[in-house]
Ligand binder design. Structure first.
Ligand SMILES: [Zn+2]
Length: 104
């Protein structure tokens, strides 16, 4: 879903929090657009690695950037790193996803 040249390492649990480990499993490779969208709870990722777009964003009408950049992600699965040991932690995703649900 992301342009390789624009990739950031996004934290599932932010750095400044006690649980915000700089571990591989606390990371998501997201481009700058989706990193910002994830950090501001416009998109959420469920513990089973499915992307959800916030309800109001999903129904907003604002042209092709929104349609392809965000709305089209709804219901898509994220790609996993090759090694299962590096997959994003489902516990941390769950923790973060609960917050996403609270913003919707
Ligand atoms: Zn992206």
């Amino acid at each position: 879903m992301c342009q390789r040249q624009l990739l950031d390492a996004a934290h599932i649990i932010p750095d400044m929090e006690a649980r915000g480990d700089p571990a591989v499993r606390n990371g998501l490779a997201l481009c700058k657009l989706h990193h910002a969208a994830f950090d501001s709870f416009m998109i959420g990722i469920s513990p089973d690695y499915e992307v959800f777009v916030r309800e109001d964003i999903l129904h907003e009408e604002d042209g092709p950037m929104l349609v392809h950049g965000l709305q089209g992600l709804h219901g898509q699965a994220i790609l996993h790193p090759g090694r299962e040991a590096d997959w994003p932690s489902q516990d941390w995703l769950e923790f973060r996803y609960q917050r996403f649900l609270q913003t919707t």
